[in-house]
Design a protein around this ligand. Structure first.
Ligand code: CU
Length: 573
């Protein structure tokens, strides 16, 4: 067995490399890859390179192997024997197939060099040796919402869509799901025209979503490419104490340049997060965090199947207009309120099909609570940090508060067509970077003052005397690398929003599984609020003063002017 295997190894390398290279192309089709490899190496494979995927195919290969062994082997026979009878070759072909589909889903091509190295090891133990090494980390350069990563190995599940994010591909290593996270400085586009210098994982902040199935044994390699030590805490998980990730308490910190391994069983299904537990204030203020979803292993009485499952993290940053790096010591006065380190209008819409059952999972790693509000539909809170909620506790709501460090899952039936706003209800959190130390000028006529100041400072603008909405229209010069505090062009004009705001787009003709933006909703004739242009009658006013059921006994003789002195500095929200 050894001799014939050794002789054609160089050719085997070429053939399998051909599979590896061909499998890098975007259309992941095993049959195509095998056909191409067979064609490219036909003089050597004789068109016999196949992958046995089920028992009957395996039996067929075994039969061919015993037929070949029944007579003295020619060199050609030996090659055929290697092609039909090598578990390691089968493993390599299968691995390349998995790599290629993973790569296609994450937008990168497979690494043929790595595949070649696996082949070069040459013996039956080759895959074990190669598999003991670190899984190749996968990086993401785009801030776009990636299509759901349909599992190609391990137990099946219904994948989530990470808003302006992605799911980390894994590899199966002898029944263990292996992931590789790389903590590193990243450049995150928070909105078109505005990039922030953050810290994150695998090219983005937040890091990729990790999706596993209840009962999965999980191994996560964490490589630290930050200038300081770090660790990862698996927020909400049941796991051995030494895997909980609190540096100093549960493990030594991961020093720069080092790789640590976390290993545990994903014991309960639900919505979780991961983040550092070492110099936590700095590292979370810099954007280090990610989502973790453990899908149920079977039908769960409290976990419904849904058509669309979205997730995102709430995070906040303090970046001076024109700057790119957050001020990490900020405690309360953040100026960028983000979903997955994106601000409106940079947050993708949540695109669904009419009558889809929709789940949205939200985790809060900011320093304050966020009342999340959905227009046009009522939802149920179906899950919290503790897992799925008992059905008896579920109330229909349109706003639910997500407190600091919490996760919430909401579910609703998207049965109203349209573009429905979905946002944090704290109005300061639907604004982008601005100075807060400004007086309220509503009702103050300071045109005269402005004229005088204009003689000295030609660019001076009066702001806020009729409210702040003008700010979306005035073309005030702003520094490079920032975006206006209220912006976003809708079909009817400026949306005057920023920060934690997006739109749930419900469409009749959105195809199942299609997540692309359908554009603006076309309202049916006669269903849009419109201007009244008829005659205006003076409204009848009440004759009696006040509205009390019991009139005041005494009345002050003159109108009282209320003077209120408020502190001028603004801290917190
Ligand atoms: Cu908020």
């Amino acid at each position: 067995m050894n001799r014939p295997l050794r002789m054609p190894r160089a050719k085997l390398v070429i053939a399998v490399a051909a599979v590896a290279v061909l499998s890098g192309c975007a259309s992941v089709n095993l049959e195509q890859n095998l056909t191409s490899a067979n064609t490219a190496a036909s003089g050597f494979t004789d068109g016999q390179l196949t992958l046995a995927r089920d028992q009957s195919e395996r039996d067929a290969l075994r039969q061919r192997a015993s037929d070949l062994l029944a007579k003295p082997l020619s060199q050609k026979d030996a090659v055929q024997l290697a092609l039909v009878n090598s578990p390691s070759l089968q493993a390599i072909v299968a691995q390349n197939w998995a790599d290629a589909s993973t790569a296609a889903q994450s937008g990168r091509i497979a690494n043929p060099i790595l595949s070649l190295e696996r082949v070069r090891l040459g013996s039956e133990t080759e895959s074990r040796v190669a598999m003991a090494a670190l899984p190749e980390p996968v990086f993401q350069t785009s801030a776009d919402t990636m299509a759901p990563l349909v599992p190609n190995s391990g137990r099946p599940y219904n994948p989530v869509v990470t808003l302006n994010g992605w799911t980390l591909p894994w590899r199966m290593n002898q029944g263990v799901k292996e992931f590789h996270l790389v903590a590193e400085p990243v450049v995150r586009e928070m909105a078109p025209g505005f990039k922030a210098h953050l810290w994150g994982y695998n090219g983005q902040s937040p890091g990729p979503t990790i999706e596993v199935v209840e009962g999965d044994r999980v191994r996560i390699f964490v490589t630290n490419k930050l200038p300081e030590h770090t660790s990862i805490h698996w927020h909400g998980q049941r796991l051995p104490n030494g895997m909980d990730g609190v540096a100093g308490l549960n493990q030594p910190a991961i020093q720069s340049g080092k790789t640590f391994v976390y290993e545990f069983v994903a014991r309960r299904p639900g919505t979780f997060m991961y983040h550092p537990h070492a110099d936590e204030m700095t590292q979370m203020a810099m954007g280090m965090m990610g989502f973790w979803i453990t899908h149920p292993k079977a039908k769960h009485p409290l976990i419904d199947e849904v058509n669309r499952d979205f997730c995102f993290l709430l995070s906040a940053y303090d970046i001076e207009p024109g700057a790119a790096t957050p001020k990490v010591a900020e405690m309360t006065n953040f100026n960028l309120w983000t979903w997955n380190s994106r601000i409106f209008p940079g947050i993708d819409s949540l695109n669904v099909r009419l009558n889809d059952k929709v789940r949205i999972r939200i985790g809060n790693l900011t320093m304050t609570n966020h009342p999340m509000h959905l227009h046009g539909h009522e939802f149920l809170v179906t899950g919290t940090d503790g897992g799925p909620t008992p059905k008896s506790t579920r109330l229909y709501e349109v706003t639910t508060d997500v407190a600091v460090g919490q996760m919430r899952q909401i579910e609703f039936l998207a049965d109203e067509e349209g573009d429905w706003a979905f946002h944090c209800h704290k109005s300061h959190h639907t604004m982008n970077a601005m100075g807060h130390d400004i007086p309220t000028m509503i009702g103050v006529d300071h045109r005269g003052v402005a004229k005088k100041i204009n003689n000295l400072i030609p660019d001076y603008m009066v702001m806020g005397e009729r409210g702040m909405a003008d700010m979306t229209e005035m073309e005030m010069p702003i520094p490079d690398n920032t975006i206006p505090m209220m912006t976003g062009e809708g079909p009817f004009g400026s949306v005057e929003m920023g920060g934690m705001f997006s739109v749930v787009k419900v469409r009749r003709d959105q195809k199942p599984g299609d997540y692309k933006n359908p554009g603006w909703y076309k309202n049916p004739e006669g269903t849009v609020a419109y201007e009244y242009t008829g005659p205006m009658a003076e409204p009848a006013r009440f004759k009696a003063e006040g509205g009390q059921s019991m009139p005041r006994k005494e009345k002050s003789s003159s109108d009282t002017v209320v003077k209120v002195k408020k502190p001028s500095s603004h801290s917190g929200h």
